[in-house]
Structures are given as C-alpha cells and as structure tokens.
Design a protein around this ligand. Structure first.
Ligand code: SAH
Length: 373
C-alpha cells in the first residue's frame, strides 16, 4: 500500500498517468485540507476514489499520548507503524503556535547533554511520519494558528536529508499547508558536507547547535566535532548562501562550568566574526541521569549582557514545557520504558523541574502506560 502522505505533488500526479490533474486534486485534499480519508474528496468521482483506495491509504501515526505543560506547551507522543514512539511539541507563542518536529527515531550524534542521545539511533522517519507531525495538529486544532515549524525534536535532520527536504517541499507547497519557507527552521549539529547542499536545495531557515566556541570543549560535549572540527563548521557557515537579510541562528546551550564563563562568551563573539548570525541562548535543561547542571542565573545574564554589547542579536530562550520533559533536549519517548521504573522516572523529572505537585497528575498509570511497550 502507498501512503499518500509520503508523496509530493509530482509523485501524486505521476500516479494518475495521463490525468495528472487528478493527482493535483488529491494532493490538495491530503495536504491542503488535511483530509483523513478518501471518502472526503467529494470532487473526485467515486469510482476513481475506489480505484485509488485499492493501492493507497492515508495513514497517520496513532497518538500514543498527549500532555500539557502548565505553560500551555503540549507534547504529543506518536506511535509509528512499527511501534516506535516519537515526540513533537506544540509551543504557544503570543499570537501563533510553533511546532517542533522530530526527524529520526533516536539520534546517532551522542551529544552528552541531550536526552534524545541516550536512545541511540533507531531509524530515519519517513516523509509521512514527518509531515503528520504538522498535519495532525492542523486537523485537530483548527482554531490555532500554526505558523512556525522547527526541526528541533528528536534526531539530526541533515542525516535524514532527503526525507526532511521533501517534507519541507510538501509543507511549503502552495497546494499544501502553505507554510512560509522562512518559517521553517532546520536545526543541525553541523553535518558540514550537507550544509552546502541544504542552501542549494531549500530556502528554509538554518539553525546550528554550536554550544561551544572552543574545539576541545565542543568535542567533549558534541562528539560529532571529532569528525567535523569547529574551524570546518565555521568555514561552511561563512560560505552558506543566505537569502537577503536572513541570518543563521546559532544555538548555544549554557551548561554550568562547561561553556558559561566570560571567557567562553568572548571566544564565541570572536569565532562568529563575519557571520550573519543571531544567537539563541538556551539554559541547559536537566534530565534524569545527566552529568551536567543548569547554569547559574547570574552566569546566564552575564553571558547575555556580553552578547548584547556585540554585533549579534541575542535571544534568551525562555524554556517551555520543562515540567513535562518537552523542552530542548528532553525528548526521548522511546526510552521511557527501559525498565528503570516509570514512576521513579517521573518523580525524578518532577524534582528536576521543581514541579513535583503539578506533576503528580502525570503519574497516572493510565496515561503513562502508553510509554511502555
Ligand atoms: N540534531 C539537531 C536537532 C535537535 S535540536 C541539532 O542538534 O540541532 C535540539 C536543540 O536542543 C539543540 O540546539 C541542542 O543543542 C539543544 N539541547 C539538547 N539537549 C539540551 C538540554 N538538555 N537542554 C537544553 N538544550 C538542549
């Protein structure tokens, strides 16, 4: 069976041979209006719909769990057809919503501060599994205005390059959900050889998880640095073709005693020289069993202040969804069932986020049960 959610417009047209306009119509139903079943497609003859149904389905992953944070952030766990779990986060902003999507089940990059890394790499997501993370919220919450998509969930998007690129194409298609290219951000830990290709293939915005301005420090917390040293990464970023007036987002997770000193910020400003960039500071979010600690509030403010006096715009990311482990680097739905005991896990994460009481509702075994295989 073909899942129509895996096909771009050209492929859908090709499916109909000498009647490509029928493919165009179906594309509009599937992606433009997020139709869930062929039966909804009223302008397509019933006979044709029946023929399509013989070889095609519209198959969404099942929602395994949905949790809402006290700040309105919502984490959705999807169960894929092979039983694997991935997570997406819906983030309320002032006048719109952002969707943070996963690109892989698990991740191979092994960043020491990231919870997803503890899962290891399991597999790449199919195009349908990526676009569903956007289409499902569009269908389910028609009253919300979803405007931004960030590939900052589980996985390294540039290591699932073709599917991520195709998903971006579908999500920005004028006959699809019509997201603006500039409102889709692909975030990478810095897969240097793929960066050039990305700037040629898409106009999506780029974010890079830099996290350290010193090669030795970065190597310690991000093993990928061994393969692509900081100097190579910075060179690739300088060469990155940006549309007019666009900038690269530099993400910097502040970790206590690791990369949060005045020397670190001076070094950061130095290596950013000549780059069209803005800096997104993310105070480290702890997770159960991690070796690092959140930075001191004063260190965060000093770091931010220093950057404010540099040529770079700086944004201090206000963390959302920490009480449900939905913040940056806290997604790992797939490891929650690792036999350590679900209650202990949630007790620990509640302690970490300082929201033990609010959290008790999440220890309802009925809700948590879905995390177990
Ligand atoms: N692999 C891609 C996409 C994941 S984005 C990338 O590395 O960019 C996830 C973002 O969250 C990255 O910027 C990462 O540096 C950050 N992050 C990971 N773990 C974190 C944690 N525990 N606290 C705060 N930010 C974290």
């Amino acid at each position: 069976m073909i899942n129509l959610l895996d096909l771009d417009k050209e492929q859908m047209k090709a499916l109909f041979g000498d009647r490509p306009y029928r493919g165009g119509q179906i594309f509009r139903w599937v992606f433009g209006r997020a139709a869930g079943v062929l039966g909804e497609m009223t302008d397509i003859p019933k006979r044709l719909r029946e023929d399509v149904a013989k070889i095609c389905t519209i198959s969404y992953p099942e929602v395994a769990d949905s949790q809402e944070s006290s700040d309105g952030t919502q984490k959705i766990a999807y169960r894929l057809s092979d039983g694997r779990i991935i997570e997406s986060v819906l983030i309320p902003e002032k006048d719109h919503w952002s969707i943070c999507v996963s690109s892989q089940v698990g991740c191979a990059m092994g960043c020491r501060f990231c919870f997803t890394a503890t899962m290891g790499f399991i597999r790449n997501l199919e195009v349908s599994e990526i676009v569903s993370q956007v289409l499902h919220p569009l269908r389910t919450y028609p009253e919300r205005s979803f405007r931004n998509i960030v590939f900052m969930g589980m996985g390294e998007p540039l290591l699932n390059y073709n599917n991520v690129n195709k998903a971006v194409r579908i999500l920005t298609d004028v006959d699809g959900p019509q997201f603006s290219k500039r409102r889709i951000t692909v975030s990478t830990c810095g897969i240097v050889p793929r960066l050039k290709r990305l700037s040629q293939d898409t106009e999506a915005a780029l974010a890079v998880s830099l996290n350290a301005a010193d090669n030795a420090v970065r190597q310690r917390i991000m093993p990928i640095t061994r393969k692509y040293p900081l100097t190579d990464l910075m060179e690739a970023l300088r060469a990155y073709q940006l549309p007019n007036r666009r900038r690269i987002t530099i993400e910097y997770v502040l970790i206590r005693g690791v990369n949060d000193s005045p020397k670190d910020v001076r070094e950061l400003i130095r290596i950013l020289h000549g780059l069209k960039a803005k800096v997104n500071l993310i105070p480290f979010n702890p997770w159960p069993g991690c070796e690092f600690q959140a930075p001191d509030q004063r260190a965060v403010l000093a770091f931010e202040e220093h950057l404010k006096n540099s040529p770079y715009t700086v944004m201090l990311r206000k963390e959302k969804g920490t009480d449900i482990l939905a913040a940056c680097g806290q997604l790992a739905g797939g490891v929650i069932h690792d036999g350590q005991g679900i209650d202990r896990f949630f007790a620990e994460s509640a302690k970490l986020s300082g929201k033990a009481e609010e959290h008790s509702s999440h220890t309802d075994p009925h809700i948590l049960g879905v995390h177990r295989r």
